[in-house]
Design a binder for this molecule. Structure first.
Ligand SMILES: Cc1cc2nc3c(=O)[nH]c(=O)nc-3n(C[C@H](O)[C@H](O)[C@H](O)COP(=O)(O)O)c2cc1C
Length: 390
């Protein structure tokens, strides 16, 4: 079984990820991971922190001479900003003259953050003890793990991509196919396939920055090349759509997840929602006319492209802070403000691609098994042969 875990604080020494269950014999180099780390750091609208960091992975275990060993793969990304936080985030107790030069503690919770419920739940007087982990800086480790999963999928000719659908209420044109504009998406400052919409989104981000405000938006992850039968209808927690929704909803600030037509299904009759089935005698496969189902029927992949869309709320740290309460004396104050992104929808789309790849890779390994890539390939090809022409 594929499983993974991350650790690390925003201003701690490093971020860590461990993934276990990856087959042996997968070609994997740091470059495969670094490319996605750089993408997560990018996107117009990021804050000053991302200009300090230059995320690079350090592969600590599970890979030898560029090949996975089948043992747990441990990945580390150092925080360059750590040098400024060594004392304030020291794991050992500080006392007397060793105490931090400037106090980094926070008592004014930010609306929309983990600050208030986290400090009550974990019994903390310093909100920093919560925000250091609730910060989305930790998603760098998720992206590193997801890029390992994506590497495995590539070997099976399954490809993933993420792109931006809207920011601050400005949307791309309806008919744009992001696969056709893959080059435009990767060259875009917002990972957006529509240059005209991108220009308007950038203006909107600049306006929000000027006003001390923030913006959210919608992004999409697509998976191409997946055969039918990944996931299962037999138990709720084995449904692929349920697993994808959980993974993407688990990204900080994501407040809605749709598969295919998503919420659009509710207002249309069945004849305008369900995708008719046909048989393609050339490829010996069943196909659907349209893909409102987003590639999933009955909790299983149906052979069409997987389409997962998510809504991200505006960043909750505002430079013109909202009203809050000082938890030290209960007085009415403005919420804490610290350097922050104005819009992180492009970065979140990279995190979502990683989450989706992790879920798909786990489902693939659950279905086909294999301790080595050779075994996985053989099982995978045998299954494809079995269902071909059925
Ligand atoms: C890639 C990414 C970057 C983010 N950057 C910031 C940020 O700079 N400042 C901030 O306040 N929130 C940021 N967030 C959102 C918060 O982490 C999130 O809103 C917070 O943890 C509360 O969780 P919730 O919104 O899911 O309730 C970011 C989220 C993502 C996915």
């Amino acid at each position: 079984m594929l499983r993974w875990l991350t650790a690390g604080e925003s201003h701690g020494e490093a971020l860590l990820g461990i993934i276990e269950g990856m087959p042996s014999g997968l070609y994997l180099e740091a470059d495969h991971i670094d490319k996605y780390l750089a993408k997560r750091q990018g996107g117009y609208g990021r804050g000053a922190r991302m200009s300090i960091e230059r995320d690079r992975v350090n592969i600590l275990s599970g890979v030898r001479h560029g090949m996975t060993l089948g043992s747990p793969i441990a990945l580390m990304i150092r925080n360059l900003d750590w040098k400024n936080w060594k004392e304030k985030m020291a794991p050992f107790p500080l006392s007397g003259s060793d105490g931090p030069a400037d106090d980094a503690s926070i008592s004014r919770p930010r609306p929309g953050h983990a600050d208030l419920p986290g400090s009550l739940k974990y019994n903390q007087t310093d909100i920093r003890n919560i925000l250091e982990r609730s910060s989305a800086r930790g998603t760098a480790a998720t992206v590193a793990l997801g890029s390992v999963a994506g590497r495995m999928m590539q070997e099976l000719q399954i490809t993933a991509m993420a792109h931006i659908v809207s920011i601050g209420g400005i949307s791309i044109k309806d008919k744009i196919d992001p696969w056709q504009c893959e080059g435009a998406v990767s060259n875009s400052r917002l990972y957006c396939a529509d240059a005209e919409a991108e220009a308007a989104m950038i203006e909107e981000i600049d306006r929000a920055r000027h006003d001390g405000d923030t913006l959210g938006g919608v992004f999409e992850v697509r998976i191409r090349g997946l055969h039918p039968g990944i996931g299962s209808h037999v138990q709720a927690d084995r449904r692929l759509d349920g697993q994808l929704a959980q993974a993407v909803m688990g990204i900080p600030a994501v407040k809605g997840v749709e598969v295919g037509l998503g919420f659009g299904v509710a207002s249309r009759p069945g004849s305008k929602v369900h995708d008719p089935i046909c048989y393609d005698a050339v490829s010996n496969t069943y196909r659907h006319i349209g893909n409102n189902a987003g590639g999933i029927e009955g909790g299983m992949s149906n052979g069409e492209e997987i389409v997962v869309r998510a809504a991200m709320k505006p960043i909750p740290t505002l430079m013109k802070p909202l009203d809050s309460v000082d938890m030290m004396d209960k007085s009415a104050v403005s919420a804490h403000a610290e350097r922050s992104d104005v819009c992180a929808v492009p970065a979140a789309s990279v995190v979502a691609e990683a989450e989706v790849c992790l879920v798909i890779a786990r489902a693939l390994l659950e279905k086909h098994g294999g301790d080595s890539m050779a075994e996985l390939q053989e099982n995978y090809n045998a299954y494809k042969k079995l269902i071909s022409g059925r």
